[in-house]
Design a binder for this molecule. Structure first.
Ligand SMILES: *Cc1c(COP(=O)(O)O)cnc(C)c1O
Length: 395
């Protein structure tokens, strides 16, 4: 039965993904069910999206109530959920102004436009440069792709937007080597996700901040994957106290309703995008904004950050032990509930076997298994995951 649907999908959907051979139908907590009723323990959460777990009643009820009131208005009018969402996200991020988007990539696009406008207002030049990191991932649209440090993703779509230079994460000298009098922004993920779970080092971030302050360059932190509590802090930069000028967020922000945002300080807001410079039909519409409001409310009520701070180190310890048990595991790294297990061989086979055994895992690059579960996951589920993964590696 499932096979027929998969065949149909393969004839109709554009083949831009090599999908796992399963049709998922419903979710509950940290479990997913396929259309044949088989249960899976989920350590992916829709790629760091469903932070609160599936079928969260309070969240579902809030969305249903908003659907019955108003789903969309366009951004030419004010609406209450967007005002409340803006208030709440300002509070948890410490940033001053927000623009809501429909996705992470669009948040990155907005950040790039804001940085270019900021620089243009200063000197009127149109040859400003942006420094991005190797192995970074910022999204698939042309601007976001241009700052994505993976040539494989970019190659067929050249030319990218111009004047992007790449430096190495946690190598400050490689950044200064790329700085010119035209540099308008430095963009990086506070913890690289797709590129293999590489956290930025504190000293590196501090030096970037100082460099940016000195030369009036804007520091853009992409918190789309590592933000929203995943590292045990609402935004990963808060752990280091290195505040960006512009920040992007998405993924868990709406917990499944497609929404993202870019935020900035008042200083950048006053000196960058103005009326007519940027827009979106859907961005921050009442339904999406209601999702943000409820998510941020539930993060507090359900003490999500506390849970990450407790279960994150436990997951880390368990993965470390697992790494010691198996020679094929090279190392382990990560922070909070954003962890990676680095193998000496490709991990596709292990992930497929785990799926057969009722465990959903995902890679980050060919040799790394990435762990980005719901932020409400408990120790018992970590134990259950480790047991299955152990046996998959044995096989
Ligand atoms: C997922 C991701 C994006 C892109 O977000 P989309 O919603 O897929 O467009 C950008 N940056 C980072 C760090 C991401 O993890």
């Amino acid at each position: 039965m499932m096979k027929e649907y998969i065949d149909e999908a393969e004839k109709a959907l554009l083949h831009t993904y090599n999908r796992y051979q399963v049709v998922l139908e419903k979710g509950d907590g940290v479990y997913l069910y396929d259309m044949e009723g088989k249960r899976y323990l989920d350590f992916v959460s829709g790629i760091a999206v469903f932070a609160l777990g599936y079928n969260n009643k309070a969240y579902n009820d809030a969305l249903k109530a908003q659907i019955d009131k108003l789903i969309h208005t366009s951004n030419y009018y004010y609406n209450l959920p967007a005002i409340e969402a803006a208030r709440k996200i300002k509070k948890v991020s410490g940033m001053d102004r927000v623009f809501f988007t429909n996705s992470g990539a669009e948040a990155v696009e907005g950040a790039i436009k804001a940085a270019r406008k900021y620089a243009w207002l200063k000197d009127g030049r149109t040859d400003h440069e942006i420094i991005a990191m190797e192995h970074s991932f910022h999204g698939r649209t042309m601007g976001a792709l241009s700052v994505t440090g993976n040539p494989k993703y970019r190659e067929a779509f050249e030319p990218m937007i111009g004047n992007i230079r790449f430096a190495r994460m946690n190598d400050f000298d490689s950044v200064t080597a790329q700085v010119t009098d035209r540099t308008c922004a430095i963009i990086l993920e506070t913890v690289q996700g797709e590129g293999g779970i590489y956290p930025a080092e504190e000293e590196f971030l501090q030096k970037l901040r100082a460099l940016c302050d000195q030369r009036d360059i804007l520091l853009i932190l992409d918190e789309i994957q590592c933000g929203m509590g995943r590292t045990g802090f609402m935004y990963a930069w808060q752990r280091y106290g290195v505040k960006p000028d512009i920040m992007t967020t998405a993924k868990a922000l709406g917990c499944g309703v497609p929404v993202g945002a870019f935020l900035m300080t008042e200083r950048v807001a006053r000196n960058s995008l103005a009326a007519g410079d940027h827009g979106t039909t859907y961005g921050g519409n009442p339904l999406a904004a209601a999702a943000i409001c409820k998510v941020l409310e539930l993060f507090e009520e359900q003490k999500v950050l506390e849970n990450v701070r407790e279960v994150g180190p436990y997951l880390s310890k368990k993965l470390e032990e697992l790494a010691c048990r198996h020679h094929c595991v090279e190392t382990h790294r990560g922070v909070g509930l954003m962890q990676g297990l680095v193998f000496r061989k490709p991990v596709a086979e292990i992930i497929n076997r785990a799926l057969e055994k009722g465990l959903i895992l995902i890679n980050a690059g060919s040799h790394i298994i990435r762990f980005v579960p719901a932020l409400v996951i408990g120790r018992a589920e970590v134990d259950a995951m480790i047991e299955i993964l152990d046996s998959c590696i044995e096989d």
